[in-house]
Design a protein around this ligand. Structure first.
Ligand code: PLP
Length: 457
């Protein structure tokens, strides 16, 4: 099976390839794991290890690996028309078909789509759209966008500024002006002394406080992930989103739901906004739209903004070479057809999602697990040094011990990928997982927790 010269690849890798979010020097010392193949819910590395990919690549391989139908669709499209742009009054058939399909799958009122090459570009596009909207409405001072600490909205300058990642803001003078941040709805970390419901309201009301501080006449929009992904699968209390919605309406602030992770079945509906009862004006999407087979992103534009952009806007001076790329659109159409035929969003909502929730909650009987929760097909657990009577009485490990990274290494050794965000371990499995697959994943996770505990003792 090992037909790859792993050491040679690792050597060339560290010599020439600057990886995203990586300590380049550190990687040179350890050598990257080389992933060479995928099938279903599994990936294989160059040394022949079969690993259950509980992170769907990077939250994106929703339909699983090895879908030859998507490969065939891409091949056919490349032979017919590998590229043409949508600038200057031209279009291509797959882009039209995909825009139409997305407007059918989206919540009511989302008739229009702007395509990009990634989620980051889509959020840059959102920043430009909301500012343009208010300019066209005659409120040229309404340019501020409010986001949240520990949000992730991408890595371009605008998207990283919209995000609230301290480590990203620490490099290169971010955020850019015109972007403000409020608290995240993280009850486990910040809800001491409050019920989840009380805390949810309090966290949402930080938006109202911030709007008043800035002045409503200066605020264009609020942007948020329905459930924070990269921040550690932060599932907001049930009171959070209704209160956010109320505040946005009260101050006439546009609401952007960043559904790059939560879209395309991950939360048990085509869009997470539907699953959580959110009514946004704009929806960012990427990742699951093609199950990651080909890069693609975009913005679904709701009626309120769409009408103004189209009827009053004139030329929107914005676009990417690969907006509406025919090959990416062909991949997306086939991927969505597969997800629809296999009823993956409904399966997550009614069958496998509830089972994952039940099985994940059981992990709380492990001595290392202080808290575990899930929604649809995202889940997380907190590793703790000692468990208290309530989650807020848990004793955390000193961050310097990097227990999450230790645990992640054990996960790999036991053939499962889990991501560590500090000491919170998270999963976002391919939506094709069966209950038997979930059992296998949980067995590997439990074994890895045991191994982590043994190493710590
Ligand atoms: N928004 C969210 C919520 C994400 O999770 C991500 C990526 O993880 C992005 C935006 C950025 O997408 P991309 O990496 O395609 O630019």
């Amino acid at each position: 099976m090992d037909q790859f010269d792993t050491r040679a690849i690792q050597h060339l890798d560290s010599a020439h390839y600057l990886h995203p979010f990586t300590d380049f020097k550190d990687l040179r010392g350890r050598g990257a794991r080389v992933i060479v193949r995928g099938e279903g819910i599994y990936i294989w590395d160059s040394e022949g290890n079969k690993i259950l990919d509980a992170m769907s690549g990077l939250w994106c391989v929703n339909a699983g690996y090895g879908r030859t139908r998507i490969a065939d669709a891409v091949y056919r499209q490349m032979q017919t028309l590998p590229f043409y742009n949508s600038f200057f009054n031209t279009t291509n058939v797959p882009a039209v078909q995909l825009a139409t399909r997305l407007s059918q799958l989206a919540p009511p009122g989302f008739e229009r789509v702007f395509f990009t090459g990634s989620g980051s570009e889509a959020n840059d596009t959102n920043l430009r759209i909301v500012r343009r909207y208010w300019d066209l409405m005659g409120y040229t001072g309404r340019h501020v966008v409010i986001s949240r600490h520990n949000a992730y909205h991408g890595s371009t300058v605008a998207a990283a500024s919209l995000g609230g990642m301290a480590g990203m803001h620490a490099q290169g003078g971010l955020p850019i002006p015109g972007i403000e941040h409020i608290v995240q709805p993280n009850w486990y970390e910040s809800g001491q002394g409050l019920s989840e419901e009380e805390f949810g309201l309090q966290a949402a009301q930080a938006l109202e406080t911030k709007i008043r501080e800035i002045g409503a006449d200066k605020v264009a929009a609020f942007i948020a992930e329905p459930i924070q992904g990269a921040g550690g699968v932060i599932i907001p209390p049930s009171t959070y989103w209704p209160e956010i919605q109320r505040i946005c309406r009260k101050y006439d602030i546009l609401l952007i739901a960043d559904e790059v992770i939560s879209g395309f079945g991950r939360l048990g509906a085509w869009f997470g906004s539907t699953a959580l009862g959110i009514e946004p004006d704009l929806i960012t999407f990427a990742k699951g739209v093609t199950s990651g087979y080909v890069p693609m992103g975009g913005v679904l534009v709701g009626q309120r903004v769409g009408e103004v952009l189209v009827e009053q806007g004139g030329e929107f001076a914005h676009g990417f070479t690969y907006s509406g790329h025919p090959v990416a659109c062909a991949a997306a159409l086939e991927n969505l057809a597969i997800m629809e035929e296999e009823k993956l969003p409904a399966q997550v909502a009614n069958d496998t999602g509830p089972y994952l929730k039940e099985r994940f909650a059981q992990l709380q009987d492990h001595p290392l697990v202080g808290y575990a929760n899930s929604f649809g097909f995202v889940a997380g657990l907190n590793l703790v040094q000692a468990k208290g009577r309530t989650p807020h009485d848990n004793r955390s490990f000193a961050p310097a011990r990097q227990v999450g990274m230790t645990c992640r290494a054990h996960m790999f050794n036991n053939g499962v990928v889990m991501r560590a965000v500090g000491d919170r371990m998270i999963v976002a499995p391919p939506l094709i997982m069966t209950k038997a697959d979930i059992d296998e994943m949980l067995a590997r996770i439990r074994q890895s927790l045991d191994d982590t505990l043994a190493e710590l003792q």
